[in-house]
Design a protein around this ligand. Structure first.
Ligand code: FPP
Length: 231
């Protein structure tokens, strides 16, 4: 969800105003994604690197996050939207942790559409945490020592039990991955939209899904192997 700062700057507004409008886009895209038939939507809301931003911006973002979750929780429950998180949640402010826990518990039984918030998330931190958890499991005798396969290791990632992303969209014209789901997105399709996040609409999401549908995902195979009737 990139481009909040630039959206604000273009209008001569403080950066936090861009984030505030970004929250409106979050709400629209959550329900837009659900209405377009997606099963899961992961939003990269705060990275491990984002702690290096000015303290006032971090405080503003945490406040917006807590405010958003408190305001929307009853809607999530009514609309049967499940809420989950990935990242080092235990390092988030206590108020945010509390509402995240409450939201996760209140929506745990819903399985139609899941929103995953990536908070204090970074792929490299995730791999380090997974390696430590795996090593601890081996030491405790819960895993066999030796050469683990991807299936074994992936159960220790924050995303354990979640499907890999099929499509990753980055807004604002930047063409970087920025430490987001590096392993899980191994076979994902990428779309880099020029639209700044606060302006990103359900129509933009729908256009991205149409482009995704036109792509051929080969997973290392040839086109002919995928469509033998055309060979
Ligand atoms: C990137 O734009 C955006 C962020 C670092 C924060 C995203 C957070 C929100 C949209 C609000 C809170 C989230 C939820 C889920 C309610 P940027 O600030 O890097 O923009 P710039 O590159 O134009 O400066």
């Amino acid at each position: 969800m990139d481009g909040n700062g630039r959206w604000a700057k273009q209008r001569g507004l403080p950066r936090i105003e861009g984030h505030r409008r970004g929250v409106d886009a979050v709400r629209n895209i959550i329900f837009g994604a659900r209405d377009l038939g997606l099963g899961m939507l992961t939003l990269y809301a705060f990275s491990v690197e984002n702690w290096k931003r000015p303290k006032t911006e971090i405080g503003g973002l945490m406040h917006l996050l807590e405010f958003f979750l408190k305001r929307e929780l009853s809607t999530f429950v009514r609309e049967r939207v499940a809420l989950r998180t990935i990242g080092r949640i235990h390092e988030m402010p206590p108020g945010v942790q509390r509402i995240l826990r409450e939201a996760a518990e209140a929506t745990a039984s819903f399985n139609g559409f899941t929103v995953v918030l990536a908070l204090n998330y970074g792929s490299r931190t995730e791999v380090a945490d997974a390696a430590a958890a795996y090593a601890a499991a081996v030491a405790a005798g819960r895993e066999k020592p030796g050469s683990p396969g991807w299936e074994d290791l992936s159960r220790y990632l924050y995303t354990a039990g979640m499907p890999d992303p099929d499509l990753v969209i980055r807004t604002s014209g930047e063409t970087r991955i920025s430490n987001f789901l590096l392993l899980q997105a191994a076979y994902a399709e990428f779309i880099f939209s020029p639209v700044l996040w606060p302006d990103f609409t359900k129509a933009d999401l729908s256009a991205a899904l149409s482009e995704y549908a036109r792509r051929e995902r080969r997973y290392g195979l040839t086109s002919e192997q995928l469509k033998p009737e055309n060979a």
